[in-house]
Design a protein around this ligand. Structure first.
Ligand SMILES: [Zn+2]
Length: 51
């Protein structure tokens, strides 16, 4: 448990638990996932008719 910077973001990735780099949190204060998991989540969130 670390400081919340007043945003909705997380210090650790909610998906894999890895710490989210400060740079990323600064660039995207509401980020709750690391870059890799964010990318996966966005892909999964899109409604691609597949399979
Ligand atoms: Zn992650």
């Amino acid at each position: 448990m670390a400081h919340q910077l007043g945003g909705e973001g997380a210090d650790d990735c909610i998906a894999c638990g890895e710490p989210i780099p400060a740079k990323r949190r600064q660039a995207m204060p509401s980020a709750q996932r690391c870059a890799g998991c964010q990318e996966k989540a966005e892909r999964r969130g899109r409604q691609y008719a597949r399979g």
